[in-house]
Design a protein around this ligand. Structure first.
Ligand code: ADP
Length: 501
């Protein structure tokens, strides 16, 4: 087998006979070796001390230091050097002795070029294997070292994160908690306190149930998992995001929960709501007064105002009305946010509230030539406990929107039925529809779809946030489906709980 050309193997030929040295050099160079020569033992050791070589062809019988003396010195310098002793017929026994002392092989003198090549190639093969073994050992050591560094780096980063990170295993037991999580959830626990049930660390039964479900692989859709707020005290709030940890074979290994401290955001939000509520409250009375006075002025103007004045006054009245609605909406939102709504539920017949709201708004629809159809089940629906004003506000906003965002002569339908444990109310129109990119945002405060259709329709952008706030506070769900140019359906699901529940 030929030696590796890419990592040339160095051979030192040590012989006092020049013919042997030169002949060996020729043969081995041609075979791809890098050949060095020495005529005496001292010279050989000198070369080896300067140049790392892998194979030494060593004549045993030399003047001065003989081969048997040189051999241990070579081995002392580098144990891995392969020494092949060159020996005359008479000294085969010595050669064997040399091999006992660590020589790798021997070649009797005189030798054929092929013999030399074979014996050196064999030694070279050994060198090559040694190098490979060394390379693998180095690599393994490096990989282990890298791995250890990587692990400790990840650990350090995890420990330094400002957010709390908690990891559970597939049995929902705590497998890891970083420093922030410990500080947030278990300030008294010692650093290594893991292994307990999730409920030992998180004082929120619903969040614990969610984490358990996710840990056990029952929630594999990442986007499907709701975030949860956790109130640790009146002024300390965390936002928890739960995600499954998915292994290489797509199996669920547990869950990772990220806790962000949102206390300051909550405080700001509360201050903002208080501010808005206060300002709105202060503005409402003077605005109502202006509005009423404008009406009086219009009525009392002697001889009637000119057409132009009438127009100006009508615009002013319309604008003040707009401001009054905005303030009303802001106050409603503040009340919802403070949880002041739906505090006093009464037994109600929801279809009756839907009917009266639709009846009330029918005139508005008719002024646009629209039909407003009501579809109620034949048998009465179960009574539920709810705040009738909140229900009226939900239905009123949805039907008014359907009227507003549907062109003249359109068709509006308000429907109610029972769907499983819920009462289902749908408000459907064949109006402008809502572009897909706006669908998620319409429940945000002040969000209004801006396009050619909506350009001249006035509104506050607070109707749907109010509706959503109210539906949420009842433990219900609101959904919307829409197709631009075809129409929109809003569906509200209200849990059909009654007094006995
Ligand atoms: P407002 O009606 O005061 O603008 P809302 O919060 O009630 O505010 O509605 C937000 C936006 O959602 C509206 O501006 C409108 O663009 C869109 N929208 C609501 N209901 C409908 C509907 N039935 N059809 C089409 N667009 C609607």
């Amino acid at each position: 087998m030929e030696p590796e050309r890419d990592a040339a193997i160095g051979v030192l030929v040590v012989d006092d006979e020049q013919d042997i040295r030169d002949g060996s050099e020729r043969i081995l160079s041609r075979a791809g070796y890098e050949v060095y020569k020495a005529s005496r033992g001292e010279e050989a050791l000198d070369i080896l001390s300067r140049t790392p070589l892998s194979i030494v062809l060593l004549d045993l019988k030399m003047p001065g230091m003989d081969g048997l003396e040189v051999l241990p010195k070579i081995k002392e310098m580098d144990e891995s050097i392969q020494v092949i002793v060159i020996t005359g017929y008479a000294t085969v026994e010595t050669a064997i002795e040399a091999m006992k002392r660590g020589a790798y092989d021997f070649i009797p003198k005189p030798f054929e070029p092929d013999q030399l090549r074979i014996v050196v190639n064999r030694a070279a093969e050994k060198v090559r294997l040694q190098r490979e073994a060394q390379r693998l050992t180095d690599e393994r050591r490096r990989t282990l070292a890298d791995l250890a560094t990587e692990q400790s780096r990840v650990r350090t980063i995890l420990e330094s994160l400002p957010d709390g990170v908690l990891v559970t295993n597939s049995k929902a037991r705590v497998a890891l908690m970083n420093r922030s999580a410990r500080r947030m959830l278990a300030p008294d626990a010692d650093d290594e306190a893991v292994g307990g049930q999730i409920g030992d660390y998180i004082p929120d039964a619903e969040l614990c149930t969610l984490i358990t479900e996710v840990s056990k692989g029952r929630h594999v859709d990442f986007d499907d998992i709701p975030n949860r707020e956790l109130a640790l005290s009146d002024s300390h709030f965390l936002l928890a995001k739960v995600k499954p940890v998915i292994g290489e074979r797509n199996e669920c290994l547990g869950a990772v929960i990220n806790f962000a401290d949102i206390s300051e955001i909550k405080l700001l939000d509360r201050l903002k709501s208080e501010f808005v509520a206060k300002v709105s409250h202060e503005l409402r009375s003077p605005l109502s007064t202006i509005h009423e006075q404008l009406a009086l002025v219009i009525r009392d103007m002697v001889g009637g105002p000119s057409e132009n004045d009438q127009h100006i006054l009508a615009r002013a009245k319309e604008k003040t009305q707009g401001l009054i609605s905005l303030i009303g909406d802001l106050l409603d939102l503040s009340r919802i946010e403070e949880g002041l709504i739906c505090r006093d539920p009464k037994p109600v017949q929801v279809e009756e509230i839907l009917r009266s709201t639709a009846d009330f708004l029918r005139t508005k629809a008719e002024t646009k030539g629209q039909t407003l159809e009501l579809s109620l089940p034949e048998a009465p629906l179960p009574q539920i406990l709810a705040d009738p004003i909140a229900l009226e506000s939900i239905f009123g906003n949805l039907i008014a929107n359907a009227i507003n965002y549907t062109p003249d002569n359109g068709r509006i339908q308000a429907m109610i039925d029972q769907a499983g444990v819920n009462l289902r109310v749908r408000v459907k129109d064949n109006g402008f529809g809502i572009p897909e990119q706006d669908l998620e945002k319409i429940f945000e405060r002040f969000y209004r779809v801006k396009n050619e259709n909506t350009r001249y329709i006035t509104g506050t952008g607070l109707g749907l946030p109010i509706v959503k706030g109210l539906v949420d506070s009842m433990g219900g769900i609101i959904e919307v489906e829409s197709e631009p140019g075809k129409g929109t359906v809003f569906t509200v699901l209200i849990p059909a709980r009654n007094e006995s529940d």
